[in-house]
Design a protein around this ligand. Structure first.
Ligand code: FES
Length: 311
């Protein structure tokens, strides 16, 4: 765990704010690869992950961007309340979203604030003269984070798609990619699911499709508590509305394996013995979801009063 101090803050759009960070004791910044993130400990909120943005030549500071979610759980609002000179503890950099080896063509697709790790990929690919296309989708031009900087920096590789003028056509984009292309997508759940579906039906192998959710869909306003029974031990735990299964089990000393805690890596997948999961991941196929036999316990919840899990 490292303490970082905020050295500058820039408003990128009405809701997106950029933070530049240095290690508080002025020791060198830890090394990282494109796609890495820091896990910040936000007082009174908990852990939140933000991707490091590597613009060309930006090696002296860590840069993150935070979109304020007014109906969120308070993490982004707390971040927006910080001022220059404030400090934050964070672990990492951690990288669950890496560029593949070699110089295959890459199709980079970003939705909204999901552009942050994709910028780092584009910076590295452009520096290597590797072939890539960079597609950025947003609801409208006015709320597209970093629009002008993206244009100036990645112009020839870049295409903008705005829902109110020219909505992104994932079907055509993916269908026109060559078979050896690796596809990288970061954005909201619906976009990731659409990219995965279209890429798989266009014949791309699973290991050519890389994705990362930019927000955790773990808890929503209106969620209610439910029970989890551990099949092995018979222990029963109540999962409150504002906690995930993993958070509760870990706090109770149950050994659980997980990594991303966002529902996009698949590590925490658990067999369901009985009960009905409320799936919130982007890992499972439609058939797996419909079966109700497996779930990602880092984000998914229950539609039934109790889940019995094979743990
Ligand atoms: S820990 Fe990654 S999907 Fe649950």
């Amino acid at each position: 765990m490292q303490t970082y101090k905020i050295t500058s803050i820039t408003d990128v759009t009405d809701r997106v704010r950029q933070f530049d960070l240095l290690v508080a004791d002025n020791t060198p910044l830890p090394a990282h690869d494109p796609g890495a993130h820091l896990d910040f400990q936000i007082p009174n909120v908990g852990e939140r992950s933000y991707s490091l943005i590597d613009w060309p030549g930006n090696t002296d500071t860590f840069t993150i961007a935070v979109q304020r979610e007014d109906d969120g759980d308070g993490g982004s609002q707390a971040m927006h309340g910080l001022t220059v000179g404030d400090t934050l503890k964070a672990s990492g950099p951690i990288n669950d979203f890496k560029l593949n080896e070699g110089d295959t063509p890459r199709l980079l697709i970003a939705g909204g604030i999901g552009v942050t790790p994709i910028i780092s990929f584009a910076t590295q690919l452009a520096a290597r003269n590797a072939p890539f296309q960079f597609h950025v989708a947003a609801r409208s031009a006015g709320i597209c984070p970093f629009r002008e900087t993206l244009e100036t920096t990645f112009g020839p590789h870049l295409t903008f798609w705005f829902d109110d003028t020219n909505q992104i056509d994932l079907q055509t984009l993916i269908a026109s990619a060559t078979p050896e292309t690796h596809i990288f997508c970061c954005g909201p759940k619906g976009m990731i699911e659409a990219v995965r579906e279209r890429a798989e039906s266009a014949g791309f192998a699973k290991d050519q499709i890389h994705f990362e959710l930019f927000t955790s869909p773990a808890t929503h306003v209106g969620d209610t508590p439910f029970e989890v029974e551990i099949a092995d031990s018979g222990q029963v735990f109540t999962i409150p509305a504002d906690k995930t299964i993993i958070e509760v089990l870990e706090a109770e000393g149950v050994d659980v394996m997980y990594d991303c805690a966002r529902g996009d890596c698949g590590i925490c997948q658990t067999d369901v013995i009985s009960g009905t999961p409320d799936h919130r991941d982007v890992v499972l196929s439609d058939a797996e979801r419909a079966s109700g036999k497996v779930m990602q316990i880092c984000v998914s919840r229950a539609k039934s009063a109790r889940l019995v899990l094979d743990l």
